[in-house]
Design a protein around this ligand. Structure first.
Ligand SMILES: [Zn+2]
Length: 203
């Protein structure tokens, strides 16, 4: 059976809260025979999964329900990933990736993509995440911008794709391997998500 938000085993006393609990799909890009971007011994799929698991822990610690599209090193099609989102009752989809730019090894920084200017909810998440990450002294950020990615185009809930940094940039690639840096990334992205949710509650 497909994971469905709100259908898990929850304590009886909190059933009402549980039914309305905010639910996030975290998609660790690539997996299995699809390594994604590779730089030396650094394989994108491993960083994506590692940060996804850290982000999951932080969100769950803050009473947000999480579904992972993959929780191990397995290959999944893009259609399978969007199916996880579309078959759930989730509120938000976030796909995690690492970038590579062969023409300029100096380029660095985290980017966040949403599908189109019309996707106002997705755009708001993307901008909130970029803002939260930009407040960190540890992480360089670039922009929130549009891109017609499959997982964004075919996900029926607000969706963003985060390129967490450039493996083509040596120093950023070394940071992306570090557990501490991955923890900072996860914490900041989580704050961006929290701020967006709080903003909605207050408006
Ligand atoms: Zn990727």
């Amino acid at each position: 059976m497909r994971n469905k938000c709100g259908n898990g085993a929850a304590p009886i006393t909190s059933t009402a809260d549980y039914a309305s609990k905010f639910c996030v799909i975290i998609d660790a890009g690539h997996g299995g025979s699809d390594g994604g971007t590779v730089s030396g011994k650094i394989i994108e799929k491993d960083i994506n999964l590692s940060v996804a698991l850290k982000l999951k822990t932080i969100l769950e610690d803050n009473n947000i329900e999480v579904i992972l599209t993959r929780n191990s090193d397995e290959k999944m099609s893009l259609a399978q990933r969007t199916s996880v989102a579309n078959d759930s009752n989730a509120d938000f989809f976030i796909s995690l990736h690492c970038n590579y730019y062969e023409d300029d090894a100096q380029i660095a920084g985290l980017e966040c993509y949403y599908n189109s200017p019309d996707a106002t909810e997705s755009k708001a998440y993307a901008e909130s995440i970029i803002h939260a990450v930009s407040l960190s002294n540890d992480v360089k950020t670039r922009d929130a911008k549009t891109e017609n990615y499959y997982v964004l185009r075919n996900t029926q809930i607000p969706a963003v794709l985060v390129e967490m940094g450039f493996l083509s940039n040596y120093s950023e690639s070394q940071k992306l391997l570090s557990d501490d840096y991955q923890e900072i990334l996860a914490q900041r992205m989580a704050e961006g998500i929290f701020n967006k949710i709080k903003g909605d509650e207050n408006s």
